[in-house]
Design a binder for this molecule. Structure first.
Ligand code: CP
Ligand code: NVA
Length: 300
């Protein structure tokens, strides 16, 4: 594993390797056992979109591993003034040991890997969010013991989260169902790849999708960069909400996850969110541990 560009590039063994190391790093941190695996290493963090969790967990993660993280906003970088990404990365490769990037186009992340000579980590694109889903898988395994055979249901927009959950879920042996309006389906290449395994259902019928689920997952109706479509999306996604009624369709011990930030009253009710806050904030915490594992695998 040289980069983390998307989960589709990882084998099942590589995914479990990251999850196992993440569990170990979490245990060590809780017990005050230091782990300076990346002493002196430097990570550049390029952000072309906002972030709370990704930024802070990567920065703290590098610090705890004995390394250093630089926050690079595109407002300040020459990228913002039109310097090609393929030039920027050839320069940054001379100073840094790795780059984490949050941006719009998946191609930009792939180009960093192509033209640079250091590991590249995808911290979210319009296409996928692999770091989030590694933390999600870690959290599900913590609560349920194992992943194989579980049913994961995602409700809402067939967006970056849906794409990565399909790939991560299928690769770790889960059954995945996606409930979304027909116009907002996940990436069709990912869907046809996943459907070949027989473990993916995509439907506009939210009740059917949630039937017997072990995990219910949702995300915002309008992602970063889609602010202009807010009204149209509010119309299209009405009813695609995890509420008490939908919870009755899932298993009685079903967990609820959300990558955050959440919009209560849209994709999830306040009632359901607060009833499952423990899981949701464990999930947010696990971003730190899962990403530290990725950093150790790639930069050590
Ligand atoms: N879930 C997630 O990636 O959060 P941020 O946008 O705050 O980084
Ligand atoms: N789908 C959301 C995820 C945020 C973590 C977005 O891209 O804005």
């Amino acid at each position: 594993m040289k980069h983390l560009l998307k989960l589709g590039d990882l084998t099942t063994e590589e995914i479990f390797g990251i999850l196992n190391l993440a569990d170990q790093l979490k245990y060590e941190r809780k017990n005050g056992i230091g782990h300076h695996h990346l002493k002196g290493k430097k990570l550049g963090m390029i952000f072309q979109k906002s972030s709370t969790r990704t930024r802070v967990s990567f920065e703290v993660g590098m610090y705890e591993l004995g390394g250093y993280a630089l926050f690079l906003s595109d407002r300040d970088l020459q990228i913002g003034r039109g310097e090609p990404i393929k030039d920027t990365v050839r320069v940054l490769s001379r100073y840094l040991d790795g780059i984490m990037i949050r941006t719009f186009a998946q191609k930009d992340v792939e180009d960093l890997a192509r033209y640079g000579s250091i590991p590249i980590i995808n911290g979210l694109t319009d296409y996928c969010h692999p770091c989030q889903v590694l933390a999600d898988l870690m959290t599900i395994r913590e609560y349920k013991g194992s992943l194989k055979g579980l049913k994961l249901c995602f409700v809402g927009d067939g967006n970056n989260m849906a794409n990565s959950l399909i790939v991560g879920g299928i690769k770790t042996g889960m059954e995945v169902s996606i409930a979304c309006p027909d116009k907002y389906r996940p990436d069709e290449e990912i869907v046809s790849w996943a459907q070949q395994t027989g473990n993916l259902v995509v439907t506009s019928d939210i009740k059917k999708a949630a039937e017997g689920a072990d995990v219910l997952y949702t995300d915002v109706w309008a992602s970063m960069g889609q602010e202009g479509e807010k009204q149209e999306r509010e119309e299209a996604f009405k009813g695609y909400c995890i509420d008490e009624e939908l919870m009755k369709r899932a298993k009685s011990d079903a967990m609820v996850l959300h990558c955050l930030p959440a919009h209560r009253g849209e994709e999830i009710t306040d009632e359901v969110f607060e009833a499952h806050a423990q899981e949701i904030f464990d999930e947010a915490e696990n971003r730190l541990h899962a990403q530290k594992a990725v950093l150790v695998k790639l930069l050590k």
